[in-house]
Design a protein around this ligand. Structure first.
Ligand SMILES: *Cc1c(COP(=O)(O)O)cnc(C)c1O
Length: 418
Protein backbone atom coordinates (compact mmCIF):
# COMPACT_ATOMS: atom_id res chain seq x y z
CA UNK A 1 0.00 0.00 0.00
CA UNK A 2 1.38 3.38 -0.92
CA UNK A 3 0.22 6.71 -2.26
CA UNK A 4 2.47 7.00 -5.33
CA UNK A 5 0.19 6.30 -8.27
CA UNK A 6 -0.29 7.32 -11.90
CA UNK A 7 -3.15 9.58 -12.89
CA UNK A 8 -3.48 10.21 -16.61
CA UNK A 9 0.10 9.00 -17.13
CA UNK A 10 1.66 11.27 -14.49
CA UNK A 11 3.05 10.01 -11.21
CA UNK A 12 1.31 11.54 -8.20
CA UNK A 13 2.15 11.56 -4.53
CA UNK A 14 -1.27 11.72 -2.87
CA UNK A 15 -2.89 14.65 -4.75
CA UNK A 16 0.29 16.33 -5.97
CA UNK A 17 1.93 15.74 -9.35
CA UNK A 18 5.51 14.72 -8.60
CA UNK A 19 6.88 16.47 -11.69
CA UNK A 20 5.58 19.79 -10.31
CA UNK A 21 7.65 19.17 -7.18
CA UNK A 22 10.75 18.31 -9.19
CA UNK A 23 10.38 21.49 -11.25
CA UNK A 24 9.70 23.68 -8.24
CA UNK A 25 12.34 22.35 -5.81
CA UNK A 26 14.91 20.84 -8.16
CA UNK A 27 16.43 17.38 -8.02
CA UNK A 28 17.60 15.12 -6.45
CA UNK A 29 14.55 15.36 -4.22
CA UNK A 30 13.08 13.05 -1.61
CA UNK A 31 9.28 13.08 -1.61
CA UNK A 32 7.33 11.50 1.27
CA UNK A 33 3.66 10.67 1.57
CA UNK A 34 2.29 11.45 5.02
CA UNK A 35 -0.68 9.17 4.49
CA UNK A 36 1.53 6.22 3.58
CA UNK A 37 3.78 6.77 6.58
CA UNK A 38 0.97 7.00 9.12
CA UNK A 39 -0.98 4.27 7.34
CA UNK A 40 1.77 1.72 7.93
CA UNK A 41 2.12 2.67 11.56
CA UNK A 42 -1.62 2.29 12.08
CA UNK A 43 -1.65 -1.07 10.31
CA UNK A 44 0.74 -2.50 12.88
CA UNK A 45 -1.04 -0.80 15.74
CA UNK A 46 -4.37 -2.23 14.62
CA UNK A 47 -2.99 -5.71 14.00
CA UNK A 48 -1.63 -5.85 17.56
CA UNK A 49 -4.36 -3.87 19.33
CA UNK A 50 -5.26 -6.83 21.59
CA UNK A 51 -1.96 -6.47 23.43
CA UNK A 52 -1.50 -2.72 22.85
CA UNK A 53 2.28 -2.82 22.35
CA UNK A 54 4.54 0.21 22.51
CA UNK A 55 5.57 0.68 18.88
CA UNK A 56 8.95 2.42 18.89
CA UNK A 57 9.67 3.56 15.34
CA UNK A 58 13.33 2.93 14.51
CA UNK A 59 14.77 6.41 14.02
CA UNK A 60 17.72 5.27 11.91
CA UNK A 61 15.42 4.22 9.06
CA UNK A 62 14.54 7.86 8.43
CA UNK A 63 15.30 10.41 11.09
CA UNK A 64 13.76 13.57 9.63
CA UNK A 65 12.12 15.50 12.47
CA UNK A 66 8.86 15.96 10.58
CA UNK A 67 8.46 12.21 10.07
CA UNK A 68 9.35 11.54 13.70
CA UNK A 69 6.86 14.14 14.90
CA UNK A 70 4.12 12.76 12.66
CA UNK A 71 4.58 9.32 14.21
CA UNK A 72 4.95 10.63 17.76
CA UNK A 73 1.63 12.45 17.31
CA UNK A 74 0.03 9.07 16.53
CA UNK A 75 1.36 7.63 19.78
CA UNK A 76 4.60 6.08 18.55
CA UNK A 77 7.66 5.75 20.75
CA UNK A 78 11.15 5.86 19.26
CA UNK A 79 13.97 3.33 19.04
CA UNK A 80 17.34 5.09 18.99
CA UNK A 81 20.93 3.98 18.48
CA UNK A 82 23.03 7.07 19.29
CA UNK A 83 23.21 10.32 21.23
CA UNK A 84 22.35 12.13 18.00
CA UNK A 85 19.16 10.13 17.65
CA UNK A 86 18.31 10.87 21.28
CA UNK A 87 18.67 14.58 20.47
CA UNK A 88 16.35 14.15 17.48
CA UNK A 89 13.82 12.16 19.52
CA UNK A 90 13.57 14.98 22.04
CA UNK A 91 13.39 17.65 19.32
CA UNK A 92 10.53 15.67 17.81
CA UNK A 93 8.65 15.85 21.11
CA UNK A 94 8.82 12.16 22.00
CA UNK A 95 8.00 11.31 25.61
CA UNK A 96 11.14 10.03 27.36
CA UNK A 97 9.17 7.10 28.68
CA UNK A 98 8.70 5.94 25.09
CA UNK A 99 12.37 5.91 24.11
CA UNK A 100 14.42 2.69 23.96
CA UNK A 101 18.11 2.79 23.21
CA UNK A 102 20.02 -0.04 21.44
CA UNK A 103 23.60 -0.12 20.09
CA UNK A 104 26.61 -2.36 20.71
CA UNK A 105 28.84 0.65 21.30
CA UNK A 106 27.23 3.27 23.54
CA UNK A 107 29.79 5.75 24.91
CA UNK A 108 29.90 6.95 28.54
CA UNK A 109 28.63 10.37 27.47
CA UNK A 110 25.71 8.84 25.59
CA UNK A 111 24.80 6.59 28.53
CA UNK A 112 25.03 9.46 31.02
CA UNK A 113 22.87 11.75 28.90
CA UNK A 114 20.17 9.11 28.46
CA UNK A 115 20.16 8.26 32.20
CA UNK A 116 19.87 11.91 33.19
CA UNK A 117 16.97 12.41 30.81
CA UNK A 118 15.29 9.22 32.04
CA UNK A 119 14.54 7.13 28.95
CA UNK A 120 12.41 3.98 29.27
CA UNK A 121 15.41 1.65 28.99
CA UNK A 122 18.66 0.70 27.37
CA UNK A 123 18.91 -2.44 25.31
CA UNK A 124 22.19 -3.68 26.72
CA UNK A 125 24.36 -5.80 24.42
CA UNK A 126 27.20 -7.11 26.66
CA UNK A 127 28.20 -7.68 30.28
CA UNK A 128 30.81 -4.93 30.03
CA UNK A 129 28.14 -2.50 28.92
CA UNK A 130 25.85 -3.57 31.77
CA UNK A 131 28.63 -2.96 34.30
CA UNK A 132 29.28 0.41 32.72
CA UNK A 133 25.62 1.39 32.95
CA UNK A 134 25.62 0.31 36.62
CA UNK A 135 28.75 2.36 37.26
CA UNK A 136 27.42 5.51 35.61
CA UNK A 137 23.97 5.13 37.18
CA UNK A 138 25.53 4.83 40.62
CA UNK A 139 27.61 7.95 40.07
CA UNK A 140 24.42 9.78 39.11
CA UNK A 141 22.43 8.18 41.95
CA UNK A 142 19.83 6.88 39.55
CA UNK A 143 18.25 3.49 39.20
CA UNK A 144 18.08 2.42 35.57
CA UNK A 145 15.95 -0.13 33.74
CA UNK A 146 17.59 -2.18 31.04
CA UNK A 147 16.60 -4.94 28.66
CA UNK A 148 19.23 -7.49 27.72
CA UNK A 149 19.56 -7.93 24.00
CA UNK A 150 19.49 -11.63 23.29
CA UNK A 151 21.07 -13.14 20.20
CA UNK A 152 18.66 -16.03 19.60
CA UNK A 153 20.75 -17.57 16.80
CA UNK A 154 18.08 -17.79 14.11
CA UNK A 155 18.48 -17.47 10.37
CA UNK A 156 16.30 -14.60 9.11
CA UNK A 157 16.82 -15.38 5.40
CA UNK A 158 17.80 -11.87 4.42
CA UNK A 159 20.93 -10.10 3.12
CA UNK A 160 24.02 -10.99 5.19
CA UNK A 161 24.76 -7.34 5.93
CA UNK A 162 21.36 -6.94 7.61
CA UNK A 163 21.34 -10.26 9.49
CA UNK A 164 21.77 -9.50 13.20
CA UNK A 165 20.49 -12.51 15.15
CA UNK A 166 23.07 -15.21 14.37
CA UNK A 167 25.85 -16.10 16.80
CA UNK A 168 28.40 -14.95 14.23
CA UNK A 169 26.94 -11.40 14.39
CA UNK A 170 28.23 -8.81 16.86
CA UNK A 171 24.78 -8.14 18.32
CA UNK A 172 23.25 -9.32 21.57
CA UNK A 173 24.12 -12.05 24.06
CA UNK A 174 23.63 -15.83 23.75
CA UNK A 175 21.18 -17.51 26.15
CA UNK A 176 23.78 -19.20 28.32
CA UNK A 177 25.75 -16.02 28.90
CA UNK A 178 22.54 -14.05 29.33
CA UNK A 179 21.47 -16.32 32.17
CA UNK A 180 24.78 -15.85 33.97
CA UNK A 181 24.52 -12.09 33.53
CA UNK A 182 20.94 -11.99 34.80
CA UNK A 183 21.91 -13.94 37.91
CA UNK A 184 24.92 -11.70 38.54
CA UNK A 185 22.91 -8.55 37.93
CA UNK A 186 20.68 -9.37 40.90
CA UNK A 187 23.49 -7.96 42.98
CA UNK A 188 23.65 -4.69 41.04
CA UNK A 189 22.43 -1.71 43.02
CA UNK A 190 21.59 0.73 40.24
CA UNK A 191 20.41 -1.35 37.28
CA UNK A 192 17.41 -3.59 37.02
CA UNK A 193 16.98 -6.05 34.18
CA UNK A 194 13.39 -5.32 33.30
CA UNK A 195 13.12 -7.27 30.10
CA UNK A 196 14.66 -8.91 27.08
CA UNK A 197 15.19 -7.59 23.58
CA UNK A 198 15.70 -9.27 20.22
CA UNK A 199 16.21 -7.83 16.75
CA UNK A 200 17.17 -10.53 14.29
CA UNK A 201 17.67 -8.59 11.08
CA UNK A 202 16.01 -6.40 8.49
CA UNK A 203 13.87 -6.86 5.36
CA UNK A 204 12.57 -10.19 6.64
CA UNK A 205 9.67 -11.28 4.46
CA UNK A 206 8.41 -14.41 6.24
CA UNK A 207 7.07 -14.70 9.82
CA UNK A 208 8.89 -17.96 10.68
CA UNK A 209 12.20 -16.46 11.83
CA UNK A 210 10.33 -14.00 14.09
CA UNK A 211 8.16 -16.80 15.49
CA UNK A 212 11.23 -19.00 16.06
CA UNK A 213 13.14 -16.24 17.84
CA UNK A 214 10.15 -15.28 19.99
CA UNK A 215 9.52 -18.93 20.92
CA UNK A 216 13.15 -19.32 22.01
CA UNK A 217 13.06 -16.16 24.13
CA UNK A 218 9.73 -17.05 25.73
CA UNK A 219 11.09 -20.48 26.67
CA UNK A 220 14.03 -18.73 28.26
CA UNK A 221 11.73 -16.42 30.20
CA UNK A 222 9.84 -19.45 31.58
CA UNK A 223 13.17 -20.93 32.63
CA UNK A 224 14.07 -17.69 34.41
CA UNK A 225 10.71 -17.62 36.18
CA UNK A 226 11.49 -21.00 37.65
CA UNK A 227 14.58 -19.43 39.17
CA UNK A 228 12.43 -16.71 40.66
CA UNK A 229 13.39 -14.06 38.12
CA UNK A 230 10.43 -12.12 36.81
CA UNK A 231 10.64 -9.86 33.78
CA UNK A 232 8.21 -7.20 32.69
CA UNK A 233 9.04 -6.44 29.05
CA UNK A 234 9.75 -8.23 25.82
CA UNK A 235 11.00 -6.13 22.93
CA UNK A 236 10.62 -8.10 19.69
CA UNK A 237 12.62 -5.62 17.58
CA UNK A 238 11.92 -4.61 14.00
CA UNK A 239 12.86 -6.15 10.68
CA UNK A 240 9.54 -6.52 8.88
CA UNK A 241 10.18 -6.55 5.14
CA UNK A 242 8.45 -4.54 2.42
CA UNK A 243 7.97 -4.85 -1.33
CA UNK A 244 10.87 -3.53 -3.41
CA UNK A 245 10.66 -5.95 -6.33
CA UNK A 246 8.71 -9.20 -6.40
CA UNK A 247 8.77 -9.97 -2.68
CA UNK A 248 5.49 -10.99 -1.09
CA UNK A 249 6.18 -9.97 2.49
CA UNK A 250 3.92 -10.86 5.38
CA UNK A 251 1.33 -8.21 6.11
CA UNK A 252 1.02 -6.70 9.57
CA UNK A 253 -2.07 -8.85 10.10
CA UNK A 254 -0.32 -12.08 9.02
CA UNK A 255 2.63 -11.27 11.22
CA UNK A 256 0.36 -10.59 14.18
CA UNK A 257 -1.62 -13.76 13.46
CA UNK A 258 1.56 -15.75 13.77
CA UNK A 259 3.14 -14.21 16.88
CA UNK A 260 0.26 -12.63 18.82
CA UNK A 261 -1.04 -15.75 20.59
CA UNK A 262 2.26 -16.54 22.29
CA UNK A 263 2.97 -12.89 23.09
CA UNK A 264 -0.45 -12.52 24.65
CA UNK A 265 -0.04 -15.67 26.69
CA UNK A 266 3.27 -14.45 28.07
CA UNK A 267 1.55 -11.57 29.86
CA UNK A 268 4.61 -9.40 29.16
CA UNK A 269 4.47 -5.79 28.01
CA UNK A 270 5.44 -5.93 24.36
CA UNK A 271 7.60 -3.41 22.53
CA UNK A 272 8.39 -3.47 18.83
CA UNK A 273 10.79 -1.42 16.73
CA UNK A 274 9.76 -1.30 13.08
CA UNK A 275 11.64 1.08 10.80
CA UNK A 276 11.53 0.03 7.17
CA UNK A 277 7.96 -1.28 7.42
CA UNK A 278 6.74 2.19 8.38
CA UNK A 279 8.94 4.49 6.29
CA UNK A 280 10.14 2.38 3.36
CA UNK A 281 7.28 2.76 0.93
CA UNK A 282 6.44 6.25 2.17
CA UNK A 283 9.28 7.89 0.22
CA UNK A 284 10.73 8.14 -3.28
CA UNK A 285 13.89 9.72 -4.65
CA UNK A 286 13.29 11.87 -7.72
CA UNK A 287 16.13 12.55 -10.17
CA UNK A 288 16.52 14.13 -13.57
CA UNK A 289 18.05 12.36 -16.56
CA UNK A 290 21.02 14.57 -17.45
CA UNK A 291 22.43 12.53 -20.30
CA UNK A 292 21.58 9.45 -22.27
CA UNK A 293 24.63 7.60 -23.50
CA UNK A 294 24.79 4.62 -25.82
CA UNK A 295 27.93 2.48 -25.66
CA UNK A 296 28.50 -0.50 -27.97
CA UNK A 297 27.07 -2.69 -25.18
CA UNK A 298 24.52 -0.66 -23.30
CA UNK A 299 22.28 2.34 -22.87
CA UNK A 300 23.14 4.42 -19.81
CA UNK A 301 20.76 6.94 -18.30
CA UNK A 302 22.89 9.31 -16.24
CA UNK A 303 20.81 11.01 -13.55
CA UNK A 304 21.59 13.85 -11.15
CA UNK A 305 21.18 11.65 -8.03
CA UNK A 306 24.04 9.44 -6.91
CA UNK A 307 25.00 6.77 -4.44
CA UNK A 308 25.61 9.53 -1.90
CA UNK A 309 21.85 10.24 -2.00
CA UNK A 310 20.70 6.59 -1.96
CA UNK A 311 23.39 4.03 -1.22
CA UNK A 312 21.32 0.86 -0.91
CA UNK A 313 22.05 -0.48 -4.44
CA UNK A 314 25.80 0.09 -3.98
CA UNK A 315 25.89 -1.20 -0.40
CA UNK A 316 23.62 -4.24 -0.56
CA UNK A 317 23.00 -4.70 -4.27
CA UNK A 318 19.47 -3.69 -3.26
CA UNK A 319 16.71 -3.47 -5.84
CA UNK A 320 14.66 -0.30 -6.23
CA UNK A 321 11.91 -0.05 -8.77
CA UNK A 322 12.77 2.86 -11.07
CA UNK A 323 9.90 4.60 -12.85
CA UNK A 324 9.49 7.53 -15.18
CA UNK A 325 7.35 10.36 -13.79
CA UNK A 326 5.55 10.40 -17.14
CA UNK A 327 4.29 7.03 -18.26
CA UNK A 328 5.37 6.14 -21.79
CA UNK A 329 4.51 3.20 -24.00
CA UNK A 330 7.90 2.65 -25.67
CA UNK A 331 10.31 0.64 -23.57
CA UNK A 332 14.06 0.21 -23.73
CA UNK A 333 16.63 -1.66 -21.65
CA UNK A 334 19.07 0.57 -19.78
CA UNK A 335 21.31 1.12 -16.76
CA UNK A 336 20.37 4.05 -14.54
CA UNK A 337 23.55 5.50 -13.04
CA UNK A 338 24.64 8.51 -11.03
CA UNK A 339 27.39 11.06 -11.68
CA UNK A 340 29.79 9.78 -8.98
CA UNK A 341 33.25 8.43 -9.77
CA UNK A 342 32.50 4.84 -8.70
CA UNK A 343 31.16 1.93 -10.72
CA UNK A 344 28.97 1.06 -7.71
CA UNK A 345 27.08 4.30 -8.37
CA UNK A 346 23.97 2.85 -9.97
CA UNK A 347 20.23 2.61 -9.33
CA UNK A 348 19.25 -0.01 -11.90
CA UNK A 349 21.04 -2.40 -14.22
CA UNK A 350 19.76 -3.81 -17.52
CA UNK A 351 16.29 -2.68 -16.56
CA UNK A 352 13.42 -2.47 -19.04
CA UNK A 353 12.34 1.17 -18.68
CA UNK A 354 10.24 3.67 -20.56
CA UNK A 355 12.26 5.28 -23.36
CA UNK A 356 13.80 8.00 -21.23
CA UNK A 357 15.13 11.11 -22.90
CA UNK A 358 17.41 13.80 -21.58
CA UNK A 359 15.51 16.13 -19.27
CA UNK A 360 12.95 13.49 -18.23
CA UNK A 361 12.46 12.78 -14.55
CA UNK A 362 12.80 9.37 -12.93
CA UNK A 363 12.03 8.14 -9.44
CA UNK A 364 13.44 5.33 -7.33
CA UNK A 365 10.52 3.92 -5.33
CA UNK A 366 10.72 2.48 -1.82
CA UNK A 367 13.38 5.01 -0.84
CA UNK A 368 11.77 6.20 2.40
CA UNK A 369 13.86 3.99 4.70
CA UNK A 370 17.66 3.91 4.74
CA UNK A 371 17.61 6.49 1.94
CA UNK A 372 18.23 9.98 3.23
CA UNK A 373 19.37 8.65 6.60
CA UNK A 374 22.35 7.00 4.88
CA UNK A 375 23.05 9.94 2.55
CA UNK A 376 26.52 11.46 2.58
CA UNK A 377 28.44 14.34 1.06
CA UNK A 378 30.72 12.11 -0.99
CA UNK A 379 32.08 13.90 -4.06
CA UNK A 380 31.22 17.12 -2.17
CA UNK A 381 27.64 16.76 -3.20
CA UNK A 382 25.02 18.59 -1.18
CA UNK A 383 22.52 16.25 0.43
CA UNK A 384 19.10 16.47 -1.17
CA UNK A 385 16.02 18.42 -0.17
CA UNK A 386 13.11 16.56 1.42
CA UNK A 387 9.43 17.40 1.08
CA UNK A 388 6.37 15.86 2.67
CA UNK A 389 3.05 15.72 0.85
CA UNK A 390 -0.21 15.75 2.79
CA UNK A 391 -3.12 15.39 0.36
CA UNK A 392 -2.68 18.43 -1.92
CA UNK A 393 -0.30 20.30 0.37
CA UNK A 394 3.49 20.27 0.22
CA UNK A 395 5.84 20.97 3.12
CA UNK A 396 9.58 21.43 2.83
CA UNK A 397 10.93 19.33 5.71
CA UNK A 398 14.59 19.78 4.89
CA UNK A 399 16.28 22.39 2.73
CA UNK A 400 18.85 21.33 0.20
CA UNK A 401 22.31 21.78 1.70
CA UNK A 402 24.41 24.72 0.52
CA UNK A 403 28.06 24.71 -0.52
CA UNK A 404 28.69 26.60 2.73
CA UNK A 405 27.24 23.64 4.67
CA UNK A 406 29.83 21.39 3.03
CA UNK A 407 32.80 23.23 4.58
CA UNK A 408 31.13 24.65 7.71
CA UNK A 409 33.27 22.69 10.17
CA UNK A 410 36.55 22.83 8.29
CA UNK A 411 39.43 25.23 8.77
CA UNK A 412 42.79 25.90 7.17
CA UNK A 413 45.65 26.15 9.70
CA UNK A 414 47.15 29.64 9.83
CA UNK A 415 50.62 28.60 8.65
CA UNK A 416 49.15 27.54 5.31
CA UNK A 417 47.62 30.93 4.73
CA UNK A 418 50.88 32.77 3.98
C1 LIG B 1 17.68 -1.08 12.65
C2 LIG B 1 17.00 -1.56 13.84
C3 LIG B 1 15.60 -1.69 13.85
C4 LIG B 1 14.73 -1.41 12.65
O1 LIG B 1 14.90 -2.34 11.64
P1 LIG B 1 13.90 -2.36 10.38
O2 LIG B 1 14.38 -3.48 9.56
O3 LIG B 1 14.04 -1.05 9.69
O4 LIG B 1 12.54 -2.56 10.91
C5 LIG B 1 14.99 -2.08 15.03
N1 LIG B 1 15.72 -2.36 16.13
C6 LIG B 1 17.07 -2.26 16.16
C7 LIG B 1 17.79 -2.56 17.41
C8 LIG B 1 17.74 -1.87 15.02
O5 LIG B 1 19.08 -1.78 15.03
Amino acid sequence: MHEFKYRSNNLYCEDVRVQDLAEKFGTPLYVYSYKTLIGHFLKLKTAFREIDPLICYSVKANSNLALLRALVNEGAGLDIVSGGELFRAIKAGCSLKKIVYASVGKTDCEIEEAIKLGILFFNVESFSELKNVQHIARRLSRRVNVALRINPDVEPKTHKYITTGKLTNKFGIDFKTAKKIILLARGFSHVRIAGLHIHIGSQITVPEPFAAAIAKVLRFIVELRKEGIGLEYLNIGGGLGIIYDKEIPQTAAKFAGRVLPSLKKSGLKIIMEPGRFIAGNAGILVAKALYVKYTPKKKFIIVDAGMNDLIRPALYGAYHQVVSLKRKSRMERADVVGPICESGDFFAKDRLLPKVEEGDYLAALGAGAYGFSMASNYNSRRRPQEVMVVKNKVFVIRQRETYGDLVRNESIPGFLLK
